[in-house]
Design a protein around this ligand. Sequence first.
Ligand SMILES: [Fe+2]
Ligand SMILES: [Fe+2]
Length: 354
Amino acid sequence: MNRAAVSGSRGTGIGRTNPVDRAVPFADRFSMGNVTTLELKGKIPTGTAFEGVFLLKGVSRRIAKNGRPFLAIEVGDRYGSFSCNIFEDSDAYGLLQGVPVGAVLSLAGVAEQFNDRLSPRIQAIRRIGPAEARSQGLEGILYGGPKESTDLLRKELESYVARIGHEKLKKTVEEALKEVGEIFWTNTAAVNMHHAYRFGLLEHSVHVARAGISLLPHYPFVDPDLAIAGMLLHDVGKAWEYRGEGAYERTRAGLLQGHVVLGYRIVRKAALTANLEDDLLLQLEHIILCHQGMPEYGAAVLPSSPEGVFVALVDNLDAKMAMVEKALDTTPADWEFSEKIMGLEGARVFTQGR
Ligand SMILES: [Fe+2]
Ligand SMILES: [Fe+2]
């Protein structure tokens, strides 16, 4: 956790370029510079002015009760995110028009709470180009990512493909990965639930297969080739479900069909190219269609085969443990429990001393 950044100077100069507040001395307005989301949530008392650099993670247009339009924006960094409202009469409102999700923003504001959650009042915004963000050494703070080497993760996934003994099943996996192309190896696995960063889909696919392969000997009635193919491909549709660079949103196909149906389409086409037997095709498709576990989580059918139940549970295990790990990595050190985690049914994770 980067605590040193609180007192350091990243020199965004945002206050000096804001005509609205020019009369107020810089030092009086920005008493805390270079904050991260972690520090905003953990250290800064309500009412404290701050300055920090964050990713734009989401924007939605809303209308207030008095009829005035405003933007509800979500901004954050690798430690998490927070939302704030930007009203029509502010300079920031105009500046945010047409700014895409993933843009890097320098923000100046005042820490405030709404419904027990951080919801700062934003006073000034400045957009920062990717080159400037890089030159200021911000990438490590803004973007999360796998802890392991992504080259090694890719090699590991390829080694799992190679161990599928059934030739047509192996060819099906190879054809599916070929169909999706490079985006499979670099895309996120989510907007913000788990593995929500560049290379997250690769990391999650490898971790599911790694955990699953270690468990397979305990369940000799689970077909290992079918289970491995299913674990590697269960989320392949996410390659087409999300887009972005650092911060992510759903694609049109992702919104209209979702990764379960997209994955089913990718796998079916690959299996037909590989001449996979009808019976195995039906079973592999079942794994894709059921892996979300329950209809309310996006499953088209309930897991109903040995491999379907197995892949759905291992997927769930890895997704939830990734949420626990993220809570451990991003909860302020002096908190006893993390914030509520929606993917854990709203539970708070015990993080103190970890
Ligand atoms: Fe999934
Ligand atoms: Fe998954």
